[in-house]
Ligand binder design. Structure first.
Ligand code: ADP
Length: 597
């Protein structure tokens, strides 16, 4: 079975009177198509660019943010670990320093030269020996079991004979299980900041004490020396937060730190605000005395490397993303532009083809008209020649009124045929005055069938089977042209059937359309004719019976109503023509648009 749809063919049938009007119609369509293509590719470009933003930039930004935070976290952690390492190393150095000072004093106290009643010379030697090991030692003293300083060497000779039994370092040393003690910084009898290293020894059940004082300035200088080049500021605090180092030249007790480190065995690091500056502080408690070494660094300094790396990374990522985005953006633009140009060219090609096909149709139409009109004209001319000859006595022909009337009726028939053709052509091309009304398609079909039954189908045995759908919606149309459509197709069906057969008429409403199908049991349409049956003047009906205009007129009317015609045919079995007509609103729109043109 072959199926042929006229919707594309209908364009080849002139819808307006002149070729120039036809051309304007094409041009407008072409502009609309170009605009549609441009619109489509503009949307495509926007979608692709949005896709780029969502598919590339967003995941890129999320991934960068993830790595950025991971990186920052790792670098922060390493900055903290680094600071703890500095604090612990300085703590160890200080522990060692203090241990050495304790050992210096301990060795003196346990030397062979030591006596329980040391002379000044003994004490001076002892101080000289201590200073030999470290210039931080200020003086040295020896205390009897009651806490009285009975031997002294140093700059504060007034301290000789003083009672130290109530001094806290002295009392703490006696309480200590260890044999030595390192005190905090204090002013003491000399009223100058210093700290004490004291050792005790029991002789005959009585505790004797030897102590040396140290200059905290020296400890400060020592601390500075070991902190050098580390971008770290180090200090010492006791459990109450009091500094245990003194700026050289300041003869007063140092103040308290804003930061009090937690008392834990392990070292740690914390952040705290100092003078409106965020600081990183690592603490590590000394083993020799309850002092904590604090290594401090402004967070900005501690994380400077990280901030620099982050900046470089961020700038790098933004630059790479920007470059890639620009490349993709311009590539998309270029590709979309090329695709659009191709689509536009394709469209132009299609329009040129359609135009060429229309020109061919017009040529065919003109040739057909000439041929169809020439035939009757030739008959008329020949017959009038015959009449002239009949009236010429030389030829002695029958010129009775009956004979002349017979020739005249031949002229009439030929003239009528020519008139019929021109009338149909006029019908096809005339501008229609819109007078669409609501039509009941079933009623129109009935009217046409009844009319045909009285004339065309009367001598034949054609069975008309009606399967018209009930409650068919009304459509907007001009009734007479629509009747003509049904009539043309029904007459063709009758011709195809010959003497005997059936025509089935069915109608239904589907998807906003009214479908009317006219199926016959005629001879069918051969494949090679399928594409031509809607062409004007195409006919297979010999003997001057057909004009070849019936289907082209039907197609032109249906197109005018916004519909289309589909054809199915099996040669030798029959054909079926389905006319699709839009219901009301669509029809109105189609008619309105058509009338505008
Ligand atoms: P005409 O009827 O004057 O030939 P049409 O345009 O109506 O012109 O039809 C063109 C041709 O289409 C017909 O000559 C015929 O060959 C073919 N045709 C149309 N309808 C049928 C049909 N139902 N069965 C077979 N052939 C048909």
């Amino acid at each position: 079975m072959r199926v042929w749809d006229t919707s594309h063919l209908l364009d080849t049938i002139p819808a307006s009177k002149t070729a120039s009007a036809e051309h304007v119609y094409d041009y407008t369509d072409s502009q609309a198509n170009q605009n549609r293509i441009r619109q489509h590719f503009k949307q495509l470009q926007t979608r692709l660019i949005l896709g780029l933003a969502l598919g590339f930039l967003l995941p890129n930004a999320l991934l960068s943010a993830y790595f950025h935070f991971q990186f920052a976290h790792t670098l922060k952690k390493s900055a903290k670990l680094n600071l703890i390492a500095v604090a612990e190393s300085q703590r160890n150095t200080l522990d060692l320093y203090l241990q050495e000072r304790v050992v210096n004093l301990y060795n003196l106290f346990h030397s062979k030269e030591f006596t329980l009643a040391p002379t000044q010379a003994h004490m001076d030697n002892a101080l000289a020996s201590l200073k030999h090991f470290n210039d931080g030692f200020v003086d040295v003293g020896f205390f009897d079991p009651k806490g009285k300083q009975i031997g002294y060497a140093g700059a504060y000779s007034a301290l000789l004979g003083k009672d130290y039994s109530r001094e806290s370092w002295y009392q703490n040393l006696l309480k200590e299980s260890k044999s030595y003690l390192i005190s905090d910084i204090y002013m003491g009898f000399r009223n100058i900041p210093h700290f004490t290293i004291a050792t005790k020894q029991v002789f005959d059940g009585r505790t004797y004490v030897m102590r040396a004082t140290l200059d905290p300035d020296k400890l400060y200088i020592y601390l500075r020396a070991i902190s050098q080049g580390k971008e770290v500021e180090s200090t010492l605090v006791n459990r109450q937060g009091q500094y245990q180092v003194v700026d050289p030249g300041r003869s007063q007790l140092p103040g308290r730190s804003d930061y009090l480190p937690p008392v834990t065995a392990a070292s740690g690091v914390e952040e705290f605000d100092h003078n409106d500056q965020s600081m990183l502080v690592a603490y590590s408690w000394l083993k020799e005395t309850p002092w904590a070494l604090l290594a401090m660094q402004p967070v900005a300094v501690a994380q400077a490397g990280m901030i620099r790396a982050r900046l470089v990374l961020t700038i790098g990522l933004i630059a790479v993303s920007l470059v890639v985005s620009i490349i993709i953006f311009f590539t998309i633009k270029k590709l979309v532009y090329r695709a659009r140009r191709m689509a536009e060219k394709g469209q132009q090609l299609q329009e040129m083809l359609a135009h060429a096909s229309k020109l061919a149709s017009i040529g065919e139409l003109a040739a057909g008209v000439a041929h169809e009109i020439n035939n009757p004209l030739a008959i008329i001319m020949a017959t009038s020649g015959v009449i002239r000859d009949m009236l010429n006595p030389e030829f002695d022909l029958d010129h009775s009124p009956e004979a002349i009337c017979k020739e005249l009726s031949t002229i009439d028939t030929a003239a009528n045929r020519a008139k019929g053709i021109t009338r149909k052509l006029q019908d096809m091309g005339k501008s229609r005055v819109p007078c669409a009304v609501e039509c009941d398609v079933n009623a129109l079909i009935d009217e046409v069938v009844n009319r045909l039954n009285k004339v065309e189908f009367k001598p034949k045995h054609i069975d008309i089977i009606r399967q018209l759908g009930p409650d068919l919606p009304l459509i907007m149309a001009e009734p007479e042209p629509l009747r003509q459509v049904f009539a043309n197709i029904l007459i063709n069906a009758g011709d195809a059937i010959g003497d005997k057969g059936s025509i089935t008429l069915s109608s239904e409403a589907r998807e906003g359309m009214v479908l009317v199908t006219i199926a016959d049991t005629g001879k069918g349409i051969p494949a090679e004719n399928m594409q031509r049956i809607f062409n004007p003047f195409f006919t297979t009906k010999g003997g001057g019976k057909g004009t070849g205009l019936g289907l082209s007129i039907a197609a032109s009317i249906v197109k005018y109503l916004g519909g289309t015609i589909k054809v199915n045919s099996i040669p030798g079995t029959g054909s079926s023509f389905t006319i699709l007509l839009p219901i009301n609103e669509q029809a109105k729109q189609a008619i309105k648009q058509h009338d505008k043109k």
